[in-house]
Design a protein around this ligand. Structure first.
Ligand code: ADP
Ligand code: MG
Length: 313
């Protein structure tokens, strides 16, 4: 089957079609209408086999996760997702694989009203790049944190590393942690809801230590984090036999949001948590220093290693 057959047969089969897409897949360029009053937010992430997902991950889960990590960047910016382009390199044109992969992409895309508008298909090591486009009124940036702002995280940290360590290729009978590793849920609604509340935001892809570090650096601030307040799920604590928070703070892949909130707005978060059905935990605050301090249950300062960084030993 040729590249063109594949494109025609599967890539252009998404049932969702948005009114702002004047020309989608099939021409040299996609032609799009951007709302007059909004800004365009654009982000791209690449997933490589054996680096970002185990080689035996199912095609459906690879498709789902490839889109999820990109929607997560839009969420962290407070943008409403609209369109994606997809670059797909694969060793051979395996029809069943591409069908399942696209089902994973389209299931999540349809949920957030996102249309696949173009891309590129080549032969090579399995590598997926998705560029996500969204609309934003007031972007949430990493640079906006102010001294004394409270630091919040959504959901639970570390389920993903526990899922990675218990990984099974099959998608049946996966526990909570494995599912969170294979199919992280981008916090799109949360990102949109906090655009008028949060002063800064980032999604946790490389671990809290590393990602909060980016916020501090960009905002030229420091932070103090209380380890007893880090949200760890029952499943995580069961797997690691206690509150072993280190992996939860450094592995990443959780795609939860970490955001800062001025004290006078923090009362809004309880209702928001209830409304969205997402756990929101205050884990510390922004300081005037130039480092992140971690405080354990006994009040002692703890040193933690940074999260996952590419090209580092
Ligand atoms: P060109 O050679 O002009 O770049 P292609 O033959 O690569 O065009 O692609 C034809 C059409 O199919 C284009 O509209 C392109 O955006 C779309 N397309 C190709 N590969 C993909 C893909 N992996 N996902 C989505 N659209 C794709
Ligand atoms: Mg062309």
């Amino acid at each position: 089957m040729t590249e063109f057959d594949l494109i025609n047969k599967y890539i252009s089969t998404q049932s969702l079609s948005r009114a702002d897409v004047l020309e989608g897949i099939g021409d040299d360029c996609a032609i799009l209408n951007i709302p007059e009053t909004k800004s365009l937010a654009v982000s791209l992430d690449t997933l490589v086999e054996d680096v970002h997902f185990p080689a035996n991950t199912t095609a459906y889960s690879i498709g789902y996760k490839s889109l999820a990590v990109n929607l997560s960047d839009l969420a962290a910016t407070g943008a409403e997702p609209a369109w994606i382009t997809l670059s797909l390199a694969m060793p051979e044109a395996n029809e069943q694989w591409i069908k399942d992969f696209l089902r994973g992409v389209f299931d999540l895309a349809d949920k957030y009203n996102v249309q696949l508008i173009g891309g590129d298909t080549t032969q090579g090591k399995l590598t997926i790049s998705i560029q996500a486009h969204g609309f934003v009124d007031q972007p949430l940036l990493r640079s906006g944190a102010q001294t004394d702002d409270l630091i919040y995280v959504s959901g639970y940290l570390g389920d993903s590393v526990a899922g990675f360590e218990q990984f099974i290729p099959e998608d049946e009978n996966n526990n909570v942690c494995i599912t969170r590793f294979k199919r992280p849920e981008p916090r799109v609604e949360l990102g949109l809801a906090i655009t008028n509340i949060a002063s800064s935001c980032i999604d946790i892809s490389d671990g809290l230590v590393s990602d909060l570090g980016h916020v501090c650096k960009k905002s030229q601030k420091g932070a103090i984090i209380y380890l007893t307040d880090i949200p760890l799920s029952e499943e995580y604590c069961q797997y690691y036999k206690g509150r072993d928070y280190k992996k939860a703070l450094s592995f990443g892949d959780d795609y939860e949001l970490c955001f800062t909130v001025p004290k006078e707005k923090s009362h809004l978060l309880e209702a928001l948590s209830t409304e969205l059905g997402i756990n929101l935990s205050c884990i510390g605050k922004i300081t005037d220093s130039d480092s992140i301090q971690f405080v354990d249950a006994g009040g002692e300062l703890v040193k933690l290693n940074k999260g996952y960084e590419h090209f580092n030993e």
